[in-house]
Design a protein. Structure first.
Length: 400
């Protein structure tokens, strides 16, 4: 057996010798049947500069037991770049240019999947790799194709390992990246109508302050609504090796909960964290889903929105959108970002830059620059043409 095979065998064995495993898990009815779980880089590397196969094996064992108990599970995994950096002996390099990151992802992706394939095979489970980019989900046909593929894998009892296709996703690696797969995990949960999104990381959940800096920081066990005050708690915290900190996790939680998916952010190092969460045990921070899930077209709009193409609105417009779900009028727009066209899906931000909605634009960015702040009755006078009184009609708008 190769060194890698020996390590994987040892990791598998270590992951199973556990007298504290929940013995009645298989007999209990699952609290959540369809689960999307995201494993962060810091969790998979156990705080080191390489994949920690024992840590991965413990996670795989939990997924396997839940799978065998009747849960449907999709794994969104980070770790490819870290695996590639270690394999190339470049753990101390400070290079951050895009081609270099793509090389690391290309080298590491195969090693990451090889680890998952071998570890899951010990449990008699087949895995499949699904590489996605933002563009794959922005196109309606691509969105439906990805959905159909993932649902078919679930029906065949195959564990899908989903990752961002860093090798080609240049935009995501720069300004519009998914965010250490946090946002990708929310979009996947959205895509397959998951019951819960579990984001396992190296921190126990959302705290009242950064627990690494403030000894009196308290864990927040439940969040009903992710508003500006909640997001403010996450600012300033980050991951050492991953690209997503707590703020990206909260933004992912907003996306998922808006689609009717419950979200849990928890410490993946906690004993049997995933199994306990799947059984409904309170662990980490729970984010309540919206009262009613979104219909398919609205979920697609959430999945398709660009972080570059956006309009910023004043407090009055923000309140109208949040509280009354009105259409967006040009009078409420204070800033236009990006170079979008009529019919593109854009983000709607409040003055703090927090996304409050998204929708289909009735006007291109070049027109909106000219009519922002104007009354709807002035549109034709300013532009010489008219596509309607609304910048985004309420029927083409999703509030998050």
């Amino acid at each position: 057996m190769s060194d890698t095979g020996t390590s994987l065998h040892q990791a598998h064995t270590n992951g199973h010798v556990d007298p504290h495993a929940p013995a009645e898990q298989a007999a209990a009815p699952p609290a959540y049947r369809r689960i999307v779980v995201k494993f962060g880089t810091n969790l998979l590397t156990a705080g080191t500069d390489r994949l920690d196969l024992e840590a991965v094996a413990h996670l795989v064992s939990q997924v396997a037991r839940l799978h065998q108990a009747g849960h449907q599970i999709i794994v969104v995994s980070s770790g490819a770049v870290a695996a590639g950096r270690y394999r190339l002996g470049m753990v101390r390099t400070r290079r951050k240019d895009i081609p270099f990151k793509q090389v690391l992802a290309a080298v590491g992706q195969s090693r990451l999947m090889d680890a998952y394939d071998q570890l899951f095979s010990w449990h008699g489970i087949i895995v499949a790799q699904a590489l996605l980019t933002k563009n794959d989900l922005s196109d309606r046909v691509g969105y439906l194709n990805a959905r159909n593929t993932l649902l078919a894998l679930l029906d065949l009892e195959v564990i899908a390992i989903v990752n961002e296709n860093d090798v080609v996703a240049v935009d995501e690696l720069v300004d519009a990246r998914f965010g250490d797969n946090d946002t990708l995990s929310a979009l996947v949960a959205n895509l397959v109508d998951a019951d819960v999104l579990v984001i396992l990381t190296d921190i126990a959940g959302l705290y009242t302050a950064d627990p690494k800096r403030h000894a009196d920081a308290r864990l927040i066990p439940r969040v009903e609504t992710i508003d500006a005050s909640i997001e403010a708690l996450a600012r300033g915290t980050s991951s050492d090796r991953g690209t997503g900190g707590m703020l990206t996790k909260l933004q992912a939680a907003r996306l998922a909960t808006a689609s009717g998916v419950a979200v849990v952010i928890a410490d993946g190092h906690a004993p049997h964290a995933l199994e306990r969460i799947a059984a409904g045990e309170p662990l980490g921070t729970y984010f309540a889903p919206a009262g009613s899930g979104l219909e398919s077209r609205q979920r697609w709009m959430l999945a398709s929105v660009s972080r570059r193409d956006a309009v910023v609105v004043d407090p009055g417009a923000a309140a109208a959108l949040r509280e009354r779900h009105t259409s967006l009028l040009p009078a409420g727009i204070t800033e236009v970002r990006g170079d979008f066209q009529r019919g593109d899906i854009i983000a709607i931000l409040d003055r703090e830059g927090i996304r409050i909605a998204c929708g289909i634009a009735n006007y291109p960015a070049t027109d909106l620059v000219r009519i922002k702040g104007h009354r709807s009755s002035q549109i034709e006078t300013v532009l010489g043409h008219h596509y309607g009184a609304e910048v985004v009609h309420r029927n083409n708008l999703v509030v998050v």
